[in-house]
Design a protein around this ligand. Sequence first.
Ligand code: NAP
Length: 501
Amino acid sequence: MQISAPPDHEIVVIGAGFAGIGFGIKLLDAGFADFVILDEADGVGGTWHWNTYPGIAVDIPSFSYQYSFEPRPTWTRTYAPGRELKRYAEHCVDKYGLRPYLRLGTSISSAEYDEDRNLWRLTTAAGEVSTARFVINAAGVLTRPNLPDIAGIDDFAGAVMHTSRWDHDQELDGKRIGIIGTGASAVQVIPEIASRAEHLTVFQRTPIWCLPKPDVPLAGSFRWTLRRVPGAQRVVRAASQAFVEVTFPIAAHFHGILPAGPLGERFGRAYLRRQVDDPVVRDKLTPRYGLGCKRPSFHNSYLRTFNRPNVHLETSSITHIDDSAVHTADGARHGIDVLILATGFKVMDPGNMPTYRLLGAGGRDLERWWHEHRLHAYEGVSVPGFPNHFAIFGPYGYNGSSYFALIEAQTAHILRCLKQARAVRANHIEVTAEANERFFAEMLARRRHQIFWQDSCATANSYYFDIHGDVPLRPTTTVESAWRSTHFPLDDYQFQRIDAS
Ligand code: NAP
């Protein structure tokens, strides 16, 4: 095979959120220097760059929502606000010298594998073409806003904004605001804007399980201890990890063995009773699906916001929107000045997995291939037929723990492949079809204990489920994910050298 010219870059990382930043740090650590990190945004931080709506904060404890190798002793709260996470992203980029590797404002629209040259040809939305030997998809999944296809929405004459594209110049005080959606973003926005609006109408399709959040300010003395007392950060992180592990992955994936769901639901309903005065409103806010079928939320004032006289919970479905109002199936017309779309993201929807068109060997289109063969990727990272392409957010990669645990595990997996290729002077890495199928069969066999297969999940409208009815979350503990990322059999990949003849 003839290789006419080397690629522009050895490695291209797509996405400068925490996945791309973490991967870049580890690349430098391992001595790889010929790489770039691309992002369509004009800043780093991914989610925390785009999402700046009022009230935004993480809902995994800050001590887990950070890289294990870069603990931050200065978090101001147990659950960091969004602006601190954005600052943490900037800090990591500067501390680890990643700035020169960033190419911001660069949106990749397609990646095509050139078999003759054993490289990837990347095309940007602006039509520029560059090449890379290896491509790492770190673009995330909660990336593309889901804009609802509601009749007449384009006729609305007032302001419209999606939560992930917040317009801070938009006046909210004294306005009639409508918000569509009651997912995690809405749960954080609603209490913040309710006190500013003349009237707030919340259009709810499916109620969310909302549990209290142990969110407290961290005292200066506590932060001093974290900074100065040897081992303090490790202890706090271990406690935080244990909490996250029990409340997310263990509760979800080992539900058949340790059924904590009913207990959590009783607790959630009791909390709802304490928070919401009106029994009719409370009933409307009560989820009819099991806790865990879809992502629950954590907030200390969301539910009681519905006690406010200027807040109306609308559960009749939206029929259409005109220039000044949202109309619902019960015949009501809800006059609105500002419409907020808290309608989430395209997750496993077409065009989002991945966020760019991906054509592998023989022109195999990943999206179509997944459509035909169900979503799966070896260890959540790689797919046969797509040599030298790896994903940090692939199916069966994430187990519901902190994203940072996922990022570090998948980074370790990919780097192990890259280092092995370097050691054996290979420039072509491809997972075998057998390894991929074996992994998928294992994931399917292990899902029988997951919480998602209870009957009530059918009514949850959960984005965890893909069009095949699968939930491509990894049914393992975080410890197992981490262990496997450094111990998978290297024989599961083919490492080859494709040289100029
Ligand atoms: P989401 O959880 O997908 O919620 C979207 C909401 O919009 C749902 O209530 C959905 O109703 C509703 N909706 C969508 N299309 C609609 C339509 N056409 N008509 C009426 N309602 C419609 O999105 P999100 O709240 O942005 O959260 C997405 C994810 O981001 C979360 O699950 C979480 O992983 C992450 N997140 C995390 C945090 C945090 O850590 N603090 C904060 C925000 C977001 P249905 O339920 O009926 O579909």
